[in-house]
Design a protein around this ligand. Structure first.
Ligand SMILES: Nc1nc2c(c(=O)[nH]1)N[C@H]1C(S)=C(S)[C@@H](COP(=O)(O)OP(=O)(O)OC[C@H]3O[C@@H](n4cnc5c(=O)[nH]c(N)nc54)[C@H](O)[C@@H]3O)O[C@H]1N2
Ligand SMILES: Nc1nc2c(c(=O)[nH]1)N[C@H]1C(S)=C(S)[C@@H](COP(=O)(O)OP(=O)(O)OC[C@H]3O[C@@H](n4cnc5c(=O)[nH]c(N)nc54)[C@H](O)[C@@H]3O)O[C@H]1N2
Ligand SMILES: [Mo]
Length: 770
């Protein structure tokens, strides 16, 4: 099929006031517009109807949970889910001819959006060391090249195996098994850049890295905090749960530097009532916080709760919970009483009165939940902020009871499941022991490389082979220029992918594209049609069954590619039945059931309608911390500051993108159309910095070692973001985040809270597209 001409030019920027509500009719219309571009309408209907239904396709979008079977809406999907499905189900195809027309250097000059729009990858391709073109190669030869590079390394630790969270449980389990049998724990993943801070903080304080909240808890909470997340664009079906909570009398406090549309009102597209009328007000209270001020906010709230307890002893804190289940309360309480209100004001931009009003909401509420996402985890002090949220919940026993708990809202649809399956460079010994017992080889014990450390190791020549299971590593990672240079030092880079992206064009001496089935597609193996399994943000494990004809007859499933690669590379070195795994994914699940806690009887339980719920020890009063109790922690206060003339920049998603893949140039709810090269700045800061609306600026980040990084050509958009802050889209701004700029403890890149100045461009320079 002919490819459409390159559409690289942005249309003129147009800006309208931010929307005051999310979802509803325009959402559905916009989803259909995108569908019609990508597939035939008939196919669109087929795709959507089976989405998130029992026996259907798990939406490849976000990890938000599905209602119980029987309580699902006939259209249990959102506008954005429809876009993700249709992006995968596109009729456009990339063939060998495409790569003859476009050299690798040509493709490296194209935008993320253009690369994605070229369609589905259809056959394995290789770029050889002396060539600037990908050319076709057979599966056998491609896997042979990869196996040979791997087996001739000086050490297994010279290879890195990256996973993005769309991969199924079965593919993830096979990949980590292969990597460990090969001899390395170098298993970085997108989670290193996403909820790593949540994992560290929750593991340390509660003894589990996962959230403790289910959908029913949300429906029955009295008070829900939405902190640092934009559900209207990134977890639209969360709005349905919030609407239910409101109907049951729950109240919502949103904490965000941006007044996001989805935090204001929700018009439910699944209900006639949502289509007409004003919809449901979401946030009862909106805290317009400064970036990175959340630690100070929760410290202030905790201080106020302790003060209230001192004034009316025995009426505020849950002493039974604290005594029975926690450790470190006294020390925490001493520390928490030292709140400095000037610092709180400086860090949050909020008045004491605003915070006291929230305290009063908390005191009126028996059941409280805190939800959070990237607005918390991607800050340098993400881990202490989440620890402080845990302190906050524990003070009033808001853990382990119905309608309460900690709710890290996961991104990718199976990012949590991939971790459960062992995709982590630091899996605990208990997991490795179980692998050893089951398969009889010695898994390596030293921790492997995470995402940031993988890039450093490449740069230093310590990593020579990079294999990715899904994702777009060079665009997801920080410090784009440094990351790309590091990637280019590899001897071999290989990607198991559905769609073309920049990581295929910034490659090692040899590069492989290993095209694979998407989740929407029928997966036929020797034993018959297969399904895969996933785990959502609320620890429900269920099936996902593809229904469409594969984009090309040559595609292999992720599991098949990995099993064949493992067999070739290990050549009988471990007693693992790769052929059997490939032929029947049930045999993989059988092994998982013997290795991963909570997965007993996996094959039988997962095929029940709705699958099954993994136990969360916290909800059973069990805390697997060092002392067997939940830990109160003392966290040093942080007041994020930018020097005069600078702003704190956050990099975020538009409404119309999936992570590194922009679908259009628009961000409808924020009123931005026609360009992604915009920087949102508070109108007072625009004036204060001597800038004007629409002016072209470069974003320049300043790092401690005196180095500067520059993202060129952004139009200034006055926008109601908190004073002193700015926002611009990811991945165009990843270039600004130094590789060394990571969160304390979790090593997660700091994609929020970057110190930048806005430098006026001379009028004649044109922005470079990226
Ligand atoms: N359509 C769509 N859906 C997605 C994705 C996508 O790209 N497109 N990506 C998926 C993935 S992998 C993930 S991880 C999630 C991400 O979901 P989100 O975490 O919602 O993603 P971001 O776009 O980074 O938005 C961060 C939000 O936090 C706010 N924020 C920034 N800094 C602060 C702060 O210091 N304090 C507070 N309180 N708020 C702050 C921002 O204003 C913004 O509202 O979405 C998932 N869902
Ligand atoms: N500056 C900045 N950087 C960030 C963030 C930020 O907020 N700001 N967010 C971070 C976060 S939260 C995340 S999760 C990461 C995301 O990082 P990644 O998960 O690595 O990136 P994606 O953009 O989701 O990957 C998209 C690619 O995945 C492939 N793909 C899609 N579906 C499938 C499939 O079913 N199978 C296979 N094999 N391949 C598939 C396609 O080739 C597509 O091009 O980025 C991180 N980077
Ligand atoms: Mo994410």
């Amino acid at each position: 099929m002919q490819n459409p001409p390159a559409e690289e030019t942005e249309t003129p920027l147009s800006v309208s006031p931010p929307k005051k509500w999310a979802a509803g009719v325009p959402a559905v219309v916009h989803a259909l517009e995108y569908s019609l571009e990508q597939t035939s309408p008939r196919k669109t209907g087929v795709d959507l109807l089976a989405m998130n239904q029992v026996g259907g396709i798990d939406c490849p979008g976000c990890a938000w949970a599905d209602p119980a079977p029987g309580r699902r809406h006939r259209n249990e999907y959102c506008e954005n889910g429809a876009k993700h499905i249709n992006d995968e189900a596109t009729r456009r195809r990339i063939t060998a001819d495409f790569f003859r027309q476009h050299s690798v250097s040509d493709l490296a000059g194209r935008s993320d959006m253009w690369l994605n729009q070229q369609g589905r990858l259809t056959e394995p391709m290789i770029k050889r060391p002396d060539s600037d073109h990908y050319e076709p190669i057979s599966w056998d030869d491609a896997l042979g090249v990869l196996a040979k590079e791997l087996t001739t390394l000086d050490s297994p630790d010279e290879a890195v195996f990256y996973t993005s969270g769309r991969a199924s449980n079965e593919a993830a389990f096979v990949l980590q098994l292969f990597a460990r049998a090969f001899g390395t724990n170098n298993l970085p993943d997108c989670s290193n850049m996403c909820h790593e801070s949540s994992g560290f903080a929750l593991n340390e304080t509660l003894g589990t890295g996962k959230g403790t909240v289910g959908l029913d808890d949300l429906h029955h909470a009295d008070l829900i905090f939405l902190v640092g997340q934009n559900p209207g664009s990134n977890h639209p079906r969360q709005l349905t749960a919030l609407e239910a909570a409101k109907r049951n009398g729950g109240r919502i406090v949103a904490v965000n530097p941006l007044p996001e549309a989805g935090l204001r009102r929700f018009k439910n597209p699944q209900k006639p009532r949502g289509v007409v009328g004003r919809g449901t007000q979401i946030a009862d209270r909106f805290l317009h916080i400064k970036p990175g001020g959340d630690l100070a906010l929760f410290q202030a709230l905790n201080g106020l709760l302790l003060e209230a307890e001192a004034a009316r002893p025995g009426t505020v804190l849950d002493h039974d919970f604290i005594d029975a289940h926690t450790s470190g309360f006294e020390e925490f309480a001493r520390h928490a009483r030292t709140v400095d209100w000037d610092d709180v004001r400086a860090a949050t931009g909020l008045t004491r009165q605003e915070i006291e009003q929230v305290r009063d909401e908390v005191l009126r509420s028996e059941r409280v939940i805190v939800c959070w996402a990237m607005g918390i985890t991607q800050h340098k002090h993400g881990v202490p902020t989440i620890r402080e949220i845990v302190n906050f919940l524990m003070l009033r026993g808001n853990l382990g009871r119905a309608g309460t708990g900690a709710c890290p809202v996961r991104g990718h649809s199976n990012v949590q499941g991939d971790r459960t399956m062992g995709i982590w460079e630091q899996m605990p010994d208990a997991f490795l022991d179980a692998l050893q017992k089951e398969f009889g080889f010695d898994p390596p014990r030293p921790h492997g490389l995470d995402s940031v450390n993988s890039i450093k190791a490449m740069r230093e020549g310590r990593v020579k082979v990079f294999l990715a299971l899904a994702g777009n590593f060079v665009r997801a990672a920080p410090d784009s220029a440094v990351t790309e240079e590091a990637m280019r030092t590899c001897r071999l880079t290989a990607h198991i992918s559905t769609k073309l992206n920049r990581s295929h064009t910034v490659c090692g001496a040899t590069a492989l594209i290993l095209p694979t089935l998407g989740r929407t597609e029928r997966d036929l193996q020797a034993s018959g049609e297969q399904f895969v399994t996933v785990e959502n943000s609320m620890s429900q494990v269920h099936t996902s069954q593809g229904r469409l004809e594969p984009a090309s007859p040559v595609l292999l499933s992720e599991v098949a590619i990995l099993c064949r690669l493992a067999r070739r590379t290990l050549d009988g070195r471990a007693d693992i039945p790769w052929d059997e795994f490939e032929a029947d994914y049930g045999t993989i699940r059988e092994r998982i059931s013997r290795i991963v806690p909570g997965f007993h009887d996996f094959n039988a339980r997962v095929t029940r309608p709705g699958g099954f719920q993994l136990p969360n020890p916290v909800n059973e009063g069990v805390f697997r911390t060092a002392v067997g109790k939940a830990l109160f922690t003392c966290n040093e206060p942080v007041v994020p500051r930018a020097p005069a003339g600078h702003l704190l920049l956050q990099t975020l998603r538009s409404h119309d993108q999936w992570n590194t893949v922009p679908y259009t140039q628009n961000d409808r709810y924020r009123g931005i159309h026609g360009s992604r090269h915009v920087v949102l700045v508070n109108p007072d800061d625009v004036r204060g910095l001597g800038l004007t609306e629409g002016e072209q600026v470069d974003l320049v980040s300043v790092w401690g070692d005196g180095t500067e990084r520059r993202a060129e050509g952004f139009a200034v958009v006055p926008y109601p973001t908190a004073r002193g802050s700015a926002a611009a889209y990811y991945p165009e701004t990843n270039v600004l985040v130094p590789l060394d700029s990571v969160a304390d403890i979790s090593n997660q890149p700091t994609s929020k809270g970057i110190v930048v100045r806005l430098e006026t461009r001379s009028p004649r320079t044109t922005p470079t597209s990226s």
